[in-house]
Design a protein around this ligand. Structure first.
Ligand SMILES: Cc1cc2nc3c(=O)[nH]c(=O)nc-3n(C[C@H](O)[C@H](O)[C@H](O)COP(=O)(O)O)c2cc1C
Length: 389
């Protein structure tokens, strides 16, 4: 593996550290210590897909394997792939969804767009010109993209090199101003005419986005259906991670080493303590950074728009990775916007989002960017054999 943190203390060590940590995270419900289930980060078969491109020499298989490393909501990986020498097709797995957390399946489609972008970048690097057709068959909504491949000169790129190093970073970032040129560089990566890029870097805008995001997080944790559907994708033990190779985990949560170790040693946190932890992290770590940004579409918000948003988001995250920057999607406001639409609720967060993007636009993907204090760990991936169709 690229990085193996082989820190596997025994139960006695964990107890000693627990004392040293002064039970500091007990309030988050992470410490129970019924047995010592501590496991190493990024270790084993669940993380093998990140050995990319590894020894893979067949161009269309490199393209397919790149798709698996895209970002996806709660690491649901809602995709399947079909491979032939002339094309790789990406198919939606609609059953791999976030339920009421993504009632309109906006995020599911953005995640599929992330996979498409990795495919296009990988194709160029392995000597294939890629022609991408999004939703090419109106009678088959699961056929999300056909990426036709024809031989071409190989064009290695920094974005291709970043594919196995891109990980969502949920740790603290420096709170300083954005580097000059950062906004322009990100804008330069947004080439879709139907989309707009909104950059929030003034102190006032950041404070307002931060508070609205905290309020939206509170609304989600207070919504029993959303809370349950979110929690369903959390994998606590090494056994759960290797069996499912998806979902969210302690290692990807942006915690320090002692908190991760203690968290693993403890029992699975209850839904309530996970919510308390998430809200606390949103108030502290998750809203640090140089700027927040939003990708929006027109209010029509078509599936193709959402796929395009995913492509642009993935491209930006790969570029940020190549520059040593951290990124984390922060979609609580958009999740509540969709919930308000689906449930015909008072449009509290819909209005908040309109105040950032304008009333003629629909916010699709929200994120923060900045210089992280710590590197982020990889999350598990299902291997190619599991997703071939
Ligand atoms: C559409 C979409 C929405 C997401 N929303 C959030 C979010 O609100 N908060 C968060 O921490 N991560 C969010 N993520 C990041 C995913 O959880 C992450 O991509 C996934 O767990 C896989 O991890 P990786 O990006 O490190 O490969 C989102 C990703 C996508 C594609």
């Amino acid at each position: 593996m690229k990085t193996n943190i082989r820190f596997e203390p025994g139960r006695r060590d964990v107890l000693r550290m627990l004392g040293a940590a002064g039970l500091g995270i007990a309030g988050a419900g992470l410490v129970a210590l019924p047995g010592c289930g501590v496991y190493a980060a990024e270790d084993g078969e669940a993380f093998a897909a990140w050995e990319f491109p590894g020894g893979e020499r067949i161009p269309e298989r490199v393209v397919a394997r790149a798709a698996l490393l895209g970002a996806s909501p709660h690491n649901t990986q809602p995709w399947g792939v079909a491979i032939s020498p002339a094309a790789v097709e990406l198919r939606a797995r609609f059953d791999r969804n976030l339920g009421t957390m993504d009632g309109l399946r906006r995020e599911l489609h953005i995640g599929l767009g992330c996979a498409v972008e990795n495919m296009a970048i990988a194709a160029a690097a392995v000597g294939r010109a890629a022609t991408v057709a999004l939703l090419p068959d109106p009678t088959d909504p699961a056929l999300v993209a056909r990426v036709a491949l024809t031989p071409a000169t190989a064009r290695p790129s920094a974005l291709f090199d970043a594919i196995p190093n891109r990980h969502t970073n949920r740790g603290p970032y420096l709170d300083g101003a954005a580097a000059p040129g950062l906004e322009a560089a990100l804008r330069g990566l947004q080439d879709e005419r139907s989309l707009e890029f909104h950059w929030l870097d003034s102190l006032g805008e950041r404070a307002r986005f931060r508070q609205e995001t905290i309020d939206a997080t509170e609304a989600i944790t207070g919504d029993a259906d959303m809370s349950r559907d979110s929690d369903r994708w959390y994998r606590h033990t090494a056994e759960e991670i290797v069996a499912n190779r998806d979902g969210t985990s302690i290692d990807a949560a942006g915690l320090g080493a002692s908190e991760r170790t203690l968290g693993k040693a403890g029992a699975r946190p209850s839904e309530e303590s996970a919510n308390t932890y998430w809200l606390d992290a949103t108030r502290t770590r998750h809203t640090t950074g140089s700027a927040f940004a939003i990708l929006s579409s027109t209010t029509e918000s078509t599936r193709v728009d959402q796929l395009r948003v995913g492509r642009v988001y993935q491209r930006m995250h790969l570029w940020a990775t190549s520059q040593g920057l951290g990124m984390q999607p922060l979609n609580q406001l958009a999740e509540r916007q969709d919930r308000e639409e689906a449930q015909k609720l008072e449009p509290r967060f819909t209005r908040a989002l309109a105040s950032f993007v304008g009333s003629g636009r629909r916010a699709q993907m929200l994120f923060r960017i900045g210089y992280p204090w710590e590197r982020a760990f990889a999350s598990a991936r299902r291997p190619l054999e599991w997703v071939l169709s």
